[in-house]
Design a protein around this ligand. Sequence first.
Ligand SMILES: Nc1ncnc2c1ncn2[C@@H]1O[C@H](COP(=O)(O)OP(=O)(O)O)[C@@H](O)[C@H]1O
Ligand SMILES: [Mg+2]
Length: 258
Amino acid sequence: MARIIAVANQKGGVGKTTTSVNLAAALAIEGESVLLVDIDPQGNATSGLGVDPMTWGKTIYEALINRDNIESFIMPTEVNGLSLVPSNSHLAGAEIELVNMEAREQRLKEALTEVVDRYDTILLDCPPALGLLTINAMVAAHSILIPVQCEYYAMEGLGRLMESIQRLRQSFNPDLEIEGIVLTMYDARNSLARQVVEQIRGHFKESVYHTMIPRNVTLAEAPSYGRPALIYNAASAGAQAYLSLAKEFVVHGEKSTR
Ligand SMILES: Nc1ncnc2c1ncn2[C@@H]1O[C@H](COP(=O)(O)OP(=O)(O)O)[C@@H](O)[C@H]1O
Ligand SMILES: [Mg+2]
């Protein structure tokens, strides 16, 4: 059965999608069978994997709202072993449409039960909000991977995220864990960034991955070519950092299932 990991942080622009796409690709390159589910109406993970969100027909929206079988719209990607469930802007309506539906928090979990046996890892790329889509991800997930940008306001909002996780534990998902915190867009020349890293490591201790993702132009460029960095430019510091994160992630996973 797959480990299901929600990549979440209600702040936008912290590296959720970059981490989802590149960690998913790195795990696939390491030999895992991986499914990336885009649950952000912006569809950045979808386009980042070379799929035009607007030309593709069925998306995660149909699985959540109509309970359509998710299997029929899983797409292969250029990376062997990595598949995608796409999203597009229609999903924006789901936040509202779900409100009055039965089992509104559990739709994604239900949708994934059909495919969970087929993958080693399922990553859920969450939108920048703590609304029903992110809640669906937190109900479906075994754990949460939190990207945190190495900047002055990094800690801001993390308290609220931790509270949400705590609430989910008390309601729908008592076993929900923090998979880890990944520091993104790190610039070693910036003394402020170094202080932020110290602060976050001091606070969250061993929950923080050793691997830090550097600020790297390949990571910013690759999505416009519809490719993960490891395909677009495998030698880049960004691609190599995600490969190293994937290795740490696998070791963590082996520990937590022991
Ligand atoms: N390590 C990085 N180095 C350089 N640019 C990055 C890095 N990580 C993300 N970006 C860029 O920063 C922006 C926000 O990242 P993204 O992953 O889309 O964040 P989120 O999904 O949390 O909103 C994007 O334009 C992305 O290409
Ligand atoms: Mg995103």
